[in-house]
Design a protein around this ligand. Sequence first.
Ligand code: C2E
Ligand code: CA
Ligand code: CA
Ligand code: CA
Length: 278
Amino acid sequence: SAESGHQLFEFYSEEMYRNMRRLAELECDLFKAVENKEWEVYYQPKVSVDEHRIVGVEALIRWNRNGEAVSPDLFIPLAEKLGLIGHIGQAVMDKAFGFLRLSSMKDRVPIVLSVNLSPYQLMEPDFTQSVIRLTEKHGVNPRRIMFEITESAYMHHFDKAQNAIRQLKELGYTFSLDDFGVGYSSFQYLSRLDFTELKLDKSFVQSLAHNRKNRVIIRSIIGLAKQLGIAIVVEGVETKEQWKTLKTLNCHSYQGYYFSKPLSAEEWINLLAGKFIL
Ligand code: C2E
Ligand code: CA
Ligand code: CA
Ligand code: CA
């Protein structure tokens, strides 16, 4: 009837209103978080089984919004939309480079620090300068800094990104292609930009047990990376079974909860520095 149609409309519009309001509040809090630098950075090891050690560490942003953690998968895209990602990226680099400095004084073997980059950051004209400034501020070696980037529609301005990547590579920084295999143009990225490392997306590992084709795919991507002279890290390894299967597929470097969750800087320095032997 006309009446129930009316009710339906009211139901949806109220629902929509609530969602919009929630989004606006989140956006508002995100601005405040930028002003107050409410970020924390956690660190997850990349391990090499051959070398029996940690070979790298990935910096992952954490935002505690009034006592509740918000997933970066939620607020990073929002920050990109609101033009806040540059500020956030700077704050993450500042912390992470400081962490690199501290941990390399404690570690026996120096590790490589990976920082996730939004493609928007790479397009900013002063990005390279700010990386150099922060590197000098913390007195760290560019050869110990890697940037992880993912495929993105925005990166169709390949030449801008290519310029920034080339400049930074000349100074010793390296680049990793993150979430490899889930986008539409992973191979185009691989051929056009200059990567030192490739990270196989965790979705491959998650479907390993019930998708036999995945094993063939993983094995051939590893072979491809080897032929291109690019290191490969498999992410999202959660169980011993997954790790065992991956070993048979020629994987050597891993990241995932099975080895370690992301840790706070304190946890890392206290528990892990120089002691992590597989
Ligand atoms: P990512 O770069 O692909 O990072 C891997 C994500 O998988 C992280 O989630 C990590 O905590 C999680 N992870 C690690 N091991 C496992 C595992 O064994 N199983 C599963 N299921 N997950 C695992 P997180 O920290 O929530 O970050 C999500 C995404 O947010 C990142 O995906 C990255 O794209 C983005 N991100 C995080 N920190 C930053 C940052 O500082 N800057 C930018 N631009 N993006 C960031
Ligand atoms: Ca990453
Ligand atoms: Ca990833
Ligand atoms: Ca991801």
